[in-house]
Design a protein around this ligand. Structure first.
Ligand SMILES: Cc1ncc(COP(=O)(O)O)c(C=O)c1O
Ligand SMILES: N[C@@H](CCCC[NH3+])C(=O)O
Length: 415
């Protein structure tokens, strides 16, 4: 089902006309669909319904409180990577006992807050971090539930910046060192070893790397059992890709099917950490064409969104579809670079796009619900975009547009 679709020649979010939303709330504007978020979450939950499982949405993909709240109401758990993300989950009504804490630089205060909140598990990324979690837990008179994030040395076949499961990547504990670290963990009184975790990268479009990683992790679980260390839960991470252009990623059901067969005969609770597959295609970035700038060499469409609003094209060369909100039938398409007003040549949202455009037109950048607003910045002292959520025939502001006064309020001159 598509949640952003043309109805009577106008692009709509669910049933709301996006040109009306742009008029009401201004641009650039992030627009999310509640129905899409819910459908994407449920697809994972249902795909794994045959086994004990917990879907822990990866908060980093889109951490707006309203987005987290919509998912929390469905029973979602959350994968966090900072104390800030934990605060968001709790503020959004999330259940701390369904939270897993990933990330390779957890600080004392973050560990303490997570222990006090009673999270489900720490996904530990190094021997040094293990010592730190033990020390903080002992100082609070607690035992920290832990998994080790093992690095299986599997090529996720994705962009090198978002591949995490190769031995040269900074993430996780090399799988051939994991037994020794597990044995040490089991000897520390401040830790309760309950699980194993693995996340090999993001925007994966085939099940093969997931299956290869799972084989290695299951072999590790068996080795641990031989050494008397019993693993209760298996966290398979996130990383399932979405279609931005012509990719054909597996559906959550196909992904589950590729993995669940390997788990037969085992009593393991499966945790999963999808982010992008839930949020990306639940959102678009609405932007207005400020000027058309034809040159002898190229045509530019200068829009009111820029790399500070959506950095994926600039950072990864990511291709994101850019479509007109109200397509013209009376002018021909021309080839444009769709660029922002930031003073960087790398500031573009799309290159060589064939579009029929006039100044003032609205465009929608598709697939912007994940790693969009969360990666935005104030570069060039640009206030960040507003975010709204469409819910049936209603829409709500879920983060107001930043004003220049907001930005200046954080700073001061010397006395
Ligand atoms: C540990 C961990 N879990 C989950 C995710 C979510 O990944 P994705 O948005 O690709 O599902 C990430 C990001 O890649 C991650 O680093
Ligand atoms: N920010 C990346 C994904 C990062 C995944 C986080 N581990 C993207 O937009 O594709």
């Amino acid at each position: 089902m598509t949640f952003f679709s043309y109805q009577h020649g106008r692009l709509c979010a669910e049933n709301s006309d996006l040109s009306q939303l742009a008029h009401q709330y201004g641009t650039p504007l992030y627009v999310y669909s509640r129905a899409a978020l819910e459908a994407h979450y449920r697809a994972f939950d249902e795909a794994f319904s045959g086994v004990a499982h917990q879907v822990c949405y990866a908060v980093k993909a889109n951490s707006n409180l309203a987005v987290l709240n919509v998912l929390a109401r469905l029973g979602a758990g959350f994968d966090i990577v900072s104390g800030g993300e934990l605060a968001r989950v709790l503020a959004a009504g999330g259940d701390a006992s369904k939270v897993v804490f990933s990330g390779l630089g957890k600080q004392d205060a973050e560990i303490a807050t997570a222990l006090e909140a009673g999270i489900a598990c720490f996904n530990v990324e190094s021997a040094a971090e293990l010592e730190r979690i033990h020390r903080v837990a002992v100082s609070l008179g607690k035992q920290a539930p832990v998994s080790l994030r093992v690095n299986p040395d599997v090529d996720a076949q994705t962009h090198p910046y978002i591949s995490t499961g190769l031995k040269e990547n900074k993430f996780g504990i090399a799988i051939d060192e994991a037994l020794a670290v597990y044995q040490h963990a089991a000897s520390l009184s401040g830790l309760n070893v309950i699980g194993i975790d693995c996340h090999i990268g993001s925007q994966l479009t085939s099940t093969t790397p997931f299956a290869d990683a799972l084989d290695r992790v299951l072999a590790m679980i068996d080795t641990l059992a031989q050494h008397g260390i019993v693993i209760e839960h298996l966290d398979i991470g996130g990383g399932l890709g979405v279609r931005y252009r012509d990719e054909t990623p597996p559906t959550p059901a196909e992904y589950a099917q590729a993995l669940l067969g390997k788990l037969q005969g085992r009593t393991l609770t499966v945790y999963l950490e999808p982010g992008r597959a839930i949020a990306a295609n639940a959102g678009i970035l609405l932007t207005k064409v400020e000027f058309l700038k034809p040159t002898n060499y190229k045509n530019f469409a200068i829009i009111d969104a820029a790399m500070n609003d959506l950095i994926r094209p600039s950072l990864y060369g990511a291709w994101m579809d850019i479509i007109p909100v109200q397509p013209h039938t009376d002018i021909d398409k021309q080839r444009y670079d769709v660029v922002g007003a930031v003073c960087e040549t790398g500031d573009f949202l799309g290159k060589d796009r064939d579009l029929a455009l006039r100044a003032g037109d609205l465009l929608a950048v598709c697939g912007a619900g994940a790693y969009g607003f969360v990666m935005s910045s104030n570069y060039n002292t640009r206030g960040r975009a507003a975010e709204i959520m469409v819910d049936g025939d209603k829409s709500y502001v879920i983060r107001r547009r930043e004003t220049i006064a907001d930005l200046l309020a954080l700073e001061s001159v010397l006395p």
